[in-house]
Design a protein around this ligand. Sequence first.
Ligand SMILES: Cc1ncc(COP(=O)(O)O)c(C=O)c1O
Length: 394
Amino acid sequence: MSLHDRESAAFFHTYKRLPLTPERGDGMYLVTADGTRYLDMFGGIAVNALGHAHPRVVRAITEQAGRYIHLSNYFAQDPQIRLAELLLRHSGMARVFFANSGTEAMEGAMKLARRWGSTRNKHAIVGFSNAFHGRTFGPLSIMDRPNYRDGFGPFLDGCSSLPFNDVDALRAGVGPSTAAVVVECVQGEGGIRPVSPAFVAALTTLQKQFGFLIIADEVQSGAGRTGRFLAAEHVGLSPDIVTLAKPIGGGLPLGAILGASSVAEVLQPGMHGTTFGGNPVACAAGIAVLEEIEEKNLMAHAEAMGALFLSQLQGVVKAFPGRCKEARGLGLMVALELTGEADPVVAAMRERKILVNGTDRTVMRFVPPLIVGADEITRTVDTLKEVLAAHSSF
Ligand SMILES: Cc1ncc(COP(=O)(O)O)c(C=O)c1O
């Protein structure tokens, strides 16, 4: 039996696996057993900020594993504290809670908002259309996408999803009972769609009027990918709660809830917790990632490379107007929206040894490691042009 047949026999069929099996990773590349090198332009879906097998991350993991791998949250642990301090310094927030994943950070953020609202007669939590916040019941309850929700209801009471970037719907959808509004400043899974300045302005005004919390889901956009530590900084949004995950554990499972001073005292001993959240090895890896981002100025690099990528993709839109709708992006969250399905283009890129990702059916999403260089971007875009020129049917 092939590896893929064994996989298919052993697992619930939740994932569509790609027809290639990496043997190891090396910076911007994934390498198969026969030595074929694939340029990895989606970096574990925005997780591998420093690419694969970065020596600093490997060293941090090895050293921490030799000290202790797990202690339990009965103990203060210096890797947790150092990472928390880094996250607070970069974000300007006041408190951290470590979870294991993005969806778990979102669950905790929603619980925090509910607990905060419980003494203020506020319980409603609002999300937006086309958003993605994870696959557990809290996040699903504020999402609207049938492919993630169908057949899993009923969802949490008091949760809803309003049309994204629709100011009138926002005004009609929040009120005195709103505890929190949850927003991705750039929708990732939803196709790299930025929140509009008018929407942010309305949200801020309504927050002043009704006194709800704003939760920024920065699981995909956070930790420097957009050129700033948080995507919220680009639009002048000051969230009360921020969720992070993906890159902050250096590839190990780690999520975080960051809280501003407005919510700093809401959670008290026993109210929320987790066995594995804040695992010290994951935290050590996260410290290595954040220190490298800082020392090598990778946020500025992400901004510059993102701008280059976007301008090259705008060239593709001009060259293939019938095939492409739009190029858009913020830093290294970059997308090319096609007029047809993205999957065949993604497959043709893979045949040419470049790994990219399709999302929201017609969108090619590029979330490469922050170490990506101009050559790799140019190679990706040139190959994309080749693919579009060679296949007139998609
Ligand atoms: C914006 C956003 N929020 C939440 C999540 C959920 O994260 P996880 O898959 O770690 O649960 C994701 C995952 O893609 C995401 O992109």
